[in-house]
Design a protein around this ligand. Structure first.
Ligand code: ATP
Length: 301
C-alpha cells in the first residue's frame, strides 16, 4: 500500500506570515496519526493544503501516492471546519443528498449511520442535533465513499466528555477496520488516548514525530534532599554533571539514571550527610513534553 500521507518541505506563506514551514510529515498505513499543536501552529493550514483547498507556496505532498490533481481525493474522506448540512432535513436525508452529489450509492447511508452510532436518531432534523451528533453526522458523510484515508480537523472540538469518548471509540473502530486516520488536535489527552503516533507542530514547524510512548520516554529519578547544594555536588561527583539537573523550581534534582539505582543513590547521599525526603521515578507526561517542545506557548486546555 502506498504511504497515506507524505509531505516534503511543505510550506505556506501568507505575506510575511509563514503559517507552515518546511513540513516533512509521514503517516503510515493503518495508523491513527495525531497532528498536535497549540492554536495557530499551522494544523488547519496543513490539512487544507493536503485536501487541495489552498495551494502550498512550495514543497510537495502526496496522499495515497497521488500528487494533487483530479483524482487525489478519490479515496480520501475529510471533516474540516464544521460540515455544512441542511438544517431542515433529517440526518439520513442529508446523507442521501451527499451520496447523490458524490456519486455514491444511497445504500451506504445506513452503514455509515451505524458506524457513527446515529441510526436511532437518523430521522430527526439536523437542526435539533447536539454538537456531538452533528460532528458524528459529518464523520458519516466523510465515510460515504469508503475512504482509505480520513483527515479530520479537531474532530472533538467543542464536544462534551461523553461526545469526545464516542468520537474516540468511532475513530479507533475505523482504524481497526483498516482506515488510516490523520487528525489534528490541540488536546494532549485526546491524542494520547486515540493515536498511535504523533507529530508535534509549533509555529509552522514539525518539532517532533514519534510514537506516543517514545514521546513520553526519558524518565528521571527525582531526588528531594537537604541540604540541596550538598546533595547536588555529591551527585555530580558520583554520576557526572551530565546526569544531574535541577528541576524548574530548583527544589528537586532529576537524575538521568536507571530506576534500579535508587537504593544505591540513597545510601550514597545518606553517607554524605544528606537527608533524603523523596526519591522516586518520574515519568514526564505528554503535557510536560509538549510544553517543553513548544516552549510553553500553548493555550491548550
Ligand atoms: N488566510 C489566512 N491569511 C493570513 N493568515 C492566515 C490565514 N490562515 C491562517 N493564517 C495564519 O497562519 C497561522 C496558522 O494558522 P492555522 O489556522 O493553520 O493554525 P492551527 O494550528 O490550525 O490553529 P487552531 O487550532 O487555532 O485552528 C496563524 O498565524 C494564522 O493566523
Amino acid at each position: 500500500m502506498s504511504t497515506p500521507v507524505e509531505t516534503t518541505a511543505l510550506t505556506k506563506r501568507y505575506g510575511p506570515i509563514a503559517a507552515v514551514r518546511d513540513l516533512n510529515l509521514t503517516v503510515r498505513p493503518g495508523e491513527v496519526y495525531g497532528f498536535l499543536g497549540p492554536n495557530g501552529a499551522g494544523k488547519t493550514t496543513t490539512l487544507r493544503m493536503l485536501l487541495g483547498l489552498i495551494k502550498p507556496t512550495s514543497g510537495r505532498l502526496r496522499l495515497l501516492g497521488l500528487a494533487p490533481g483530479p483524482r487525489h481525493l478519490d479515496r480520501v474522506g475529510a471533516l474540516i471546519e464544521g460540515p455544512s448540512f441542511y438544517p431542515y432535513l433529517s440526518g439520513r436525508d442529508n446523507l442521501r443528498v451527499l451520496a447523490d452529489h458524490a456519486g455514491v450509492s444511497r445504500s451506504r447511508v445506513p452503514t455509515v449511520l451505524a458506524t457513527v452510532d446515529l441510526t436511532a436518531r437518523a430521522g430527526d432534523r439536523y437542526s435539533v442535533y447536539s454538537l456531538g451528533m452533528k460532528q458524528r453526522l459529518g464523520l458519516a458523510g466523510a465515510l460515504l465513499k469508503e475512504p482509505e484515508l480520513l483527515i479530520l480537523d479537531e474532530p472533538t472540538n467543542g464536544l462534551d466528555p461523553a461526545g469526545m469518548a464516542d468520537m474516540r471509540v468511532t475513530i479507533r473502530k475505523l482504524a481497526a477496520d483498516g482506515c488510516t486516520v490523520l487528525l489534528s488536535s490541540h488536546l494532549l489527552a485526546e491524542v494520547e488516548q486515540t493515536c498511535d503516533r504523533v507529530g508535534v507542530i509549533n509555529e509552522g514547524r514539525l518539532v517532533t514525530e514519534s510514537s506516543v510512548a517514545e514521546l513520553r520516554s526519558g524518565g528521571t529519578l527525582r531526588v528531594r534532599a537537604e541540604p540541596v547544594e550538598r546533595a547536588r555536588s555529591h551527585l555530580v561527583s558520583q554520576l557526572g554533571a551530565g546526569q544531574v539537573r535541577a528541576d524548574g523550581a530548583g527544589s528537586a534534582i532529576d537524575l538521568r539514571v536507571d530506576s534500579a539505582r535508587a537504593a544505591e543513590i540513597n545510601h550514597g547521599l545518606v553517607d554524605a550527610g544528606v537527608s533524603v525526603s523523596e526519591l522516586r521515578w518520574h515519568e514526564p507526561d505528554l503535557e510536560e513534553t509538549f510544553l517543553k517542545l513548544t516552549g510553553g506557548g500553548t493555550d491548550a486546555d
